[in-house]
Design a protein around this ligand. Structure first.
Ligand code: GCO
Length: 475
């Protein structure tokens, strides 16, 4: 960490108002998040076999600029220095994901010692630096062989996932307490199987709904396996990406479009996870499309196996209309129109609207609809077009402003009773942003992909200083 770089004072709250961040307790926990395919590289090293993302990146046009994760941030070979960056930021914890095809090549059979060895070393390096590991077992890199056997629409994949989870826990459970099963099942199911925007690139809504159920089943099976295996303290959970949905107008069509968005975006996951049932309105919506979730006896009891934490990934909120630009309320297939409409708010480089108030609204709603479930912000951050100086330093005022407004939003939700224990900034490093490739930079540390040099941005220094102030009680 270049400690000679300017120490950035947290920007004062707007309008001289007291800064909500100052209300966060010194016990609040701070981290950064990454994921295996987005930063590791070394895709064919030490026995790793292809994931669906290795395959998808070879589909012409699938990824901007034809980018792929073959090298990414070369984290596989640079891990100790990256952990030292986290130490210099003063972090409490680090959220990373384990690459299934590295640990269990082909998605079946025994553990690959060289593959799990990387995470073994990473765990020890983190603990040596006083940083608590937070594991995500699945952040989208499904072994290709399991996709070839049907992928997440296939029920057996859920059982393969539980087997894999047990292998990882057997090796790392003695030192790691925080375990989340899935990152964003909505992305896996909808972007991967309905919209074709993510690996494996399928476009079949019925398959996506099967994937939803089997992802949740895999979560439940893995949660039961790890809970049963745990001989040390363990905190089990899942990470969901969510937003606040609002109607563009108070028309019945817009109100119903908003209900649908919330149903498929949030309640189809949290209701079975927490309440042990799918939401009846969503089940009815699916039935109207001739789709029935492949629920078998006992599945919902497995899926609703109690968890200890809910990971919340938040980036933006959306307004919804039930009619298209021509005023029609049905698409060419006769399905209801669900259209996101712009509200004129400022946007990030992802063209996501910047809505910190939607973050507070979401967190308060979650605390009221799903009470008793402690929350962690497992991802929050923003991509902006960065302009490095001659030394690679980026003065990213826009990203600092995003972090400040959204961490303040978390503090305000806590003030309204939401039980939020910690915050992971997305992301430590600029990295492979899925279908956008490397053009979109979310890191608080800049990566020069030609040299792999890491340079903390202003936002890293701001984050470091904010952590110090909150931890020291002087925010
Ligand atoms: C997600 C994933 C991350 C993304 C980040 C920015 O939430 O989509 O967890 O892998 O890179 O959110 O889109």
């Amino acid at each position: 960490m270049d400690t000679t770089a300017p120490t950035i004072d947290p920007a004062p709250a707007a309008g001289g108002q007291p800064d909500p961040i100052a209300t966060l307790p010194p016990s609040f926990r701070w981290g950064v998040a990454t994921s295996s395919y987005q930063i590791e590289g070394a895709v064919a090293e030490d026995g790793r076999t292809p994931s669906i993302w290795d395959t998808f990146c070879r589909v012409p046009g699938a990824i901007d600029n034809g980018d792929n994760g073959d090298v990414a941030c070369d984290h596989y070979h640079r891990m100790p220095a990256d952990v030292a960056l986290m130490r210099d930021l003063g972090l409490d914890t680090y959220r990373f994901s384990v690459a299934w095809p590295r640990v269990q090549p082909g998605g079946r059979g025994p553990v690959n010692p060289a593959g799990i060895g990387f995470y073994d070393r990473l765990t020890d390096e983190l603990l040596a630096q006083g940083i608590d590991p937070w594991v995500t077992l699945y952040h989208w890199d499904l072994p290709q062989e399991l996709e070839d056997a049907g992928g997440w629409p296939e029920r057996d994949t859920a059982y393969r996932f539980a087997d894999y989870a047990s292998l990882v826990y057997d090796k790392l459970g003695d030192r790691i307490t925080a375990w989340t099963t899935l990152n964003e099942p909505w992305c896996s199911a909808m972007l991967g199987y309905a919209y074709g925007r993510h690996a494996p690139g399928r476009q079949n809504f019925a398959d996506a709904m099967r994937a939803v159920h089997h992802l949740l089943l895999g979560h439940g099976l893995a949660t039961q396996r790890l809970r049963a295996a745990a001989t040390n303290p363990i905190e089990l959970g899942i990470t969901l990406n969510m937003s606040s949905h609002s109607p563009a107008t108070d028309s019945p069509a817009d109100l119903d479009a908003t209900r649908r968005a919330d149903g498929l975006g949030t309640r189809i996951y949290l209701d079975p996870l927490v309440h042990g049932r799918y939401p009846t309105d969503v089940v009815a919506d699916l039935a109207a499309r001739g789709i029935e979730l492949p629920v078998q006896d006992g599945d919902l009891e497995i899926i609703s196996t109690p968890i200890d934490v809910l990971g919340v990934n938040y980036y933006f909120s959306t307004a919804h209309s039930g009619v298209d630009e021509q005023g029609r309320d049905r698409d060419e297939d006769g399905n209801p129109i669900e259209r996101v409409v712009p509200t004129g708010r400022p946007q990030t480089a992802m063209e996501w609207e910047i809505v910190p108030e939607g973050f507070t609204k979401l967190l308060v709603r979650l605390s009221r609809d799903y009470p008793g479930l402690p929350m962690w912000i497992t991802e929050n951050g923003s991509a902006f077009v960065d302009h490095p100086d001659e030394n690679g330093f980026v003065r990213d005022d826009d990203r600092v402003a995003y972090f400040q407004s959204h961490i303040a939003a978390v503090a305000e939700a806590r003030q309204q009773g939401a039980d939020i224990r910690g915050y992971f900034a997305w992301s430590l490093l600029d990295n492979f942003e899925w279908a956008y490739g490397y053009d979109k930079r979310f890191g608080i540390v800049r990566v020069d992909y030609d040299t792999q040099a890491r340079t903390p941005k202003q936002s890293a220094l701001w984050y470091r200083d904010t952590i110090r102030r909150v931890r020291g009680g002087q925010a």
